[in-house]
Design a protein around this ligand. Structure first.
Ligand SMILES: NC(=O)c1ccc[n+]([C@@H]2O[C@H](COP(=O)([O-])OP(=O)(O)OC[C@H]3O[C@@H](n4cnc5c(N)ncnc54)[C@H](OP(=O)(O)O)[C@@H]3O)[C@@H](O)[C@H]2O)c1
Length: 308
């Protein structure tokens, strides 16, 4: 991080917009988005995490750190080396999927979409009546899980990889047998890895194309910005820090400011200045439309995958 940069978690100083300060707005904004940094009141005693890969681990770590009182976490993971690693590093119980779900009040499905059907076959008949099932498998509709697991309440969720550092964005949708309490329970658990937004299930493809895939768009932009920085003579390591802090600072400003992004952009774009030169080059090459087209392509691909 460049010297002098505020810690990402530090309150922001007022930037001359008059009261309330941006710092105050940030503090007021976080709970509204679901960025409540605790899982208090969840009332979950045992969680079965089925699939101990990248996202499974992120969820386990977030829940261990943020949910109090700490529930027992059982993980079912196919690969023996990975299973041993999770036991050693995270202290979780490792069991076969049917055993893991038996007394679980919450079951989290964290396997690849193509593995969901066989996993559901394996656990059907072992799941406790009334269990909450949270599925993060991309493109798998709640109806499919409800049919396979009668008596459960299913929430579909789409997190993203910043969940690994508890800075995720997760879109959640209620299945047909969910009431507000089920959805709130899922929300509380998932806030352990970041912010949560409730959307209708019909909007899950849009969530996938924006926040699910979104980190990759930012990394794509970061690659280009680092290239530009290095071409301009900045050391590659330093270029990475400069770019990361620029993206982080701009994101936080967008998050807490009342101004629309166009206005925030206009604030750094003086006529005939450097930013204006960059934006003109982007516009000339149709960068904005290319980004919109990319997001549409991701949404359509998500729809195709959901349809099987
Ligand atoms: N990564 C993301 O950015 C992201 C974001 C949002 C949602 N998701 C969703 O999260 C889910 C998991 O993604 P991931 O990136 O964490 O995948 P991953 O790293 O491949 O983890 C899944 C793990 O589950 C294991 N597994 C498969 N079938 C199993 C079974 N029946 N019982 C126990 N373990 C089983 C897999 O073993 P094998 O490798 O041996 O099959 C693998 O180790 C996917 O559905 C994906 O759509 C991912």
């Amino acid at each position: 991080m460049p010297s002098g940069a505020p810690h990402p978690g530090a309150p922001m100083a007022g930037l001359g917009h008059g009261p309330p300060s941006l710092g105050a707005r940030l503090r007021a904004f976080l709970p509204g988005l679901g960025l409540i940094r605790s899982g208090k009141g969840v009332g979950v005693t045992r969680i079965a995490v089925l699939g101990g890969g990248v996202m499974g681990e992120a969820l386990i770590v977030g829940i261990q750190r943020r949910v109090h009182p700490a529930p027992v976490i059982a993980v079912a993971e196919k690969r023996p080396d990975r299973r041993a690693d999770l036991i050693a590093r995270l202290g979780v119980q490792a069991q076969d999927a049917p055993e893991a779900v038996r007394d679980a009040d919450v079951i989290v499905l964290v396997v690849k979409p193509q593995d969901i059907r066989s996993l559901l076959d394996t656990i059907a008949g072992h799941v406790a009546e009334g269990a909450l099932v949270i599925s993060i498998a991309a493109g798998i509709p709640t109806a499919l899980i409800e049919t396979a697991l009668p008596g459960t309440h299913v929430v579909r969720a789409m997190p993203n990889t910043p969940a690994r550092i508890e800075s995720g964005m997760t879109g959640i949708s209620a299945g047909a047998r969910c009431d507000r309490e089920h959805l709130e329970r899922a929300r509380h658990l998932l806030t352990a890895v970041g912010a949560v937004a409730e959307v209708p299930e019909s909007a899950q493809d849009a969530i996938t194309s924006v926040s699910g895939s979104g980190p990759a768009y930012l990394f794509y932009l970061a690659e280009a910005m680092i290239t530009g920085a290095v071409e301009g003579g900045i050391d590659p390591e330093q270029a990475r820090e400069v770019v990361a802090q620029t993206l982080l600072g701009a994101s936080r400003l967008l998050q807490v400011s009342h101004e629309p992004p166009q206005e925030l952009r206009a604030n750094v774009t003086s006529p005939a200045g450097t930013t204006a030169a960059a934006i003109a080059a982007f516009d000339e090459r149709g960068v904005r439309q290319a980004l919109i087209d990319g997001i549409t392509a991701a949404r359509m691909r998500s729809q195709e995958l959901s349809a099987g």
